[in-house]
Structures are given as C-alpha cells and as structure tokens.
Design a protein around this ligand. Structure first.
Ligand SMILES: [Fe+2]
Length: 346
C-alpha cells in the first residue's frame, strides 16, 4: 500500500496506492518535490487520484495545487481548511475509495483547526497531530492545546496499538512508529489530564518556523512563493555566464546592451563597464524610450541575479525576444575581480 516516503528536510510526504488498480494518492506533498512525485508515480505505474493535505501547513510550502493541475486530481483537505483551492472537503469519518483501498478521514483538530488523520489499511497518516516521540505544536494560527488533547486521547490513541503511524514530520531520520510504541514512550502523552497537557504545551516555547508568513500566505491563498515566481521566470529566460560576458567585453562586442536594473546608488557605487541603468521598478515606465528597437539583445543584471531574471522575463513578455539575464549578478562579477566602473549613467 505504501509506495514511498519522501523526505524534504524534516517534512515527510507519502505516495500510497492500491497495488491491484494502481490508483494512488499523495499525502502532504511539498512544493519543491513536484518533479520527484511525478517521477515516482511514473516509476511505480500509478495513477494519482487524490492530492491530500492533512492540514494547513505553516512550515513548508504545499505542492498540492500544482500537483492537482498536473495530475488532474482534486486537492483534498478537511472542511475547515481556509485554502480556496481545496476541491474536495472531508468531514470526520468520510471515506475515500482508492482502488480497493479505503481511506478514512479522522478530524483531529489541535495542531490546526483543519487537521485530519488518514486511516488506511492498518496505517495512520497523522499529519502533525501525532509525531514520533512528540505531537504537533499548538501555538501557531488556529492551534488549540485542549482540542489536541481530545483528538489524541479520544480519537488517535484508542486505535489498535499495532497501527503503524506515519507522521508529516520527523527531524531525526526516523520513518514510522506505532500507536503502542508512542503510548509507551512518547513523553508528551505521559500526562492524560487535560489541564496538565495544556500546561505542558503552553510551556514548550518553540521558535517560529522559518518561512512562517510566506508558508501561511501561499498555503492559505494558493498564491506563489517568491522562489516559485523566480523559478517560473528562470524557466523562460536564457542566461549569460560571467565568463561569457567577460569574453564579450574583452572582444569589445557591441551587439548587445548591458542593462543594470538595481537602484541608482548601487549602480553608481560600481557597475559592469558600459552598463546602462534602468531600475526594475521603472522598467515598464521607461522601456519604450530606452529601447525603441525590440530586436536589441538586452542582458539584464542585478546584484544577485534574481531580480534581473524577473526583468528579463518581463522584457521577453514585452517583445524583446532576445533578452537574457546575467547568471550570478554584479556581486558575483565583483567577487571574480572582473572590471567595474563607478559613477552615474551617461
Ligand atoms: Fe503542521
């Protein structure tokens, strides 16, 4: 039933499926692994039927929306999910057919209001409700320690002790556990008393996850991460290497324009010799007067090589079909001790 556990740092996602029918589901997919999921599904000959998020993640970027589009499968979440892109909203006890498998949703609020565990074939995918030797935290948006206590002690832990538990996180390279093992050794489950449990959760004092605001923004809205925006641009823009540019400058090639899109003070402190200056924020405003000829080859550059990728993509969209971006940016150029000029643009 379980085909793959896919690890992204401490985040775990799962590819499960019915061996008879090849119907499959992805649980808690991570955005950066989209190509890997495609590859794994193809390798195992699986048809993805459901893309499931066990809850609104605050610490990583969900790949559900992109995968749903790629596989033409619905995004499945709990009814309480704020995500506008959730196509199929489950309630407690709802069952999904996955070929011959039956996937049962248990609403287990606490880590978030929309948390659910998925029970299938003697296994339980617990999201962040129950982790190996820990539980999900309850101090992030919609977290509720009392609800987590009820979910754990009244829904999850009464299940068959032999149930294999697959959590959405583990930071110590462990892959699974069982209900019985957690009952015996999980320190957070030591005190069943509600008040004591809530007090323990309050005192955990955990640091905020990295990317918290960006993860919540994108996972709750379906919007893109900054990395995605850059990757989308990088996918449609060719790059020029620093060495290639250096060679061109040495040959005094004049068949292209270097366009520095940083702010004025950065440009004046040091730029690539001969570069023209047009800040990214003014690109659309001044492009017509700056570049009347759309066949000109423009090399966009910026400090780190990221904003210039966006600029080159914009230029291409505007019809400058030969626009390219410098691979590495002015900082990398400077670090290589390639020549620089200072002062205002001519
Ligand atoms: Fe989480």
């Amino acid at each position: 039933m379980l085909y793959e556990q896919i690890r992204t740092g401490g985040c775990l996602s799962y590819l499960i499926g019915c061996p008879e029918t090849c119907a499959a589901a992805l649980i808690d997919p991570e955005l950066h692994q989209v190509d890997r999921y495609r590859g794994l599904a193809a390798r195992h000959g699986l048809r993805l039927r459901y893309i499931i998020d066990t809850h609104t993640h605050a610490d990583h970027f969900t790949g559900a929306r992109q995968l749903a589009r790629i596989f033409d499968a619905p995004v499945v979440m709990h009814r309480e999910s704020p995500a506008p892109f959730a196509d199929l909203r489950l309630e407690d006890g709802d069952t999904l057919h996955l070929g011959d498998l039956r996937l049962v949703a248990l609403h287990t609020p606490g880590h978030t209001r929309d948390s659910m565990c998925l029970q299938v074939d003697g296994a339980l995918f617990t999201g962040d409700t129950l982790l190996i030797g820990a539980t999900g935290r309850t101090d992030l948006p919609t977290g509720d320690a009392e609800a987590l206590c009820d979910s754990l002690f009244h829904k999850v832990l009464p299940l068959d002790p032999a149930t294999r538990v697959y959590p959405a996180h583990d930071y110590k390279e462990r892959s699974s556990t069982t209900i019985g093992e957690e009952l015996a050794s999980n320190p957070r489950l030591a005190r069943r008393d509600r008040t004591a449990f809530v007090e323990m959760m309050r005192q955990l004092n955990l640091s905020a996850p990295t990317h918290l605001t960006e993860a919540l923004r994108t996972n709750m809205s379906g919007g893109k991460t900054v990395d995605q925006l850059l990757a989308d641009s990088a996918a449609v823009v060719p790059f020029m290497s620093l060495a290639e540019l250096h060679g061109r400058l040495q040959r005094r090639a004049n068949d292209f324009v270097i366009l520095d899109v940083r702010e004025r003070d950065a440009f004046e402190q040091g730029h690539i010799p001969g570069a023209r200056h047009l800040p990214r924020g003014q690109l659309e405003l001044r492009v017509n007067e700056a570049f009347p000829d759309p066949t000109v080859r423009i090399l966009a550059c910026c400090e780190f090589g990221k904003i210039s990728t966006l600029a080159a993509a914009t230029l291409r969209e505007l019809g400058f079909s030969r626009a390219v971006a410098l691979d590495g940016g002015v900082k990398a150029w400077r670090d290589q001790n390639y020549p620089m000029e200072t002062g205002p643009a001519p």
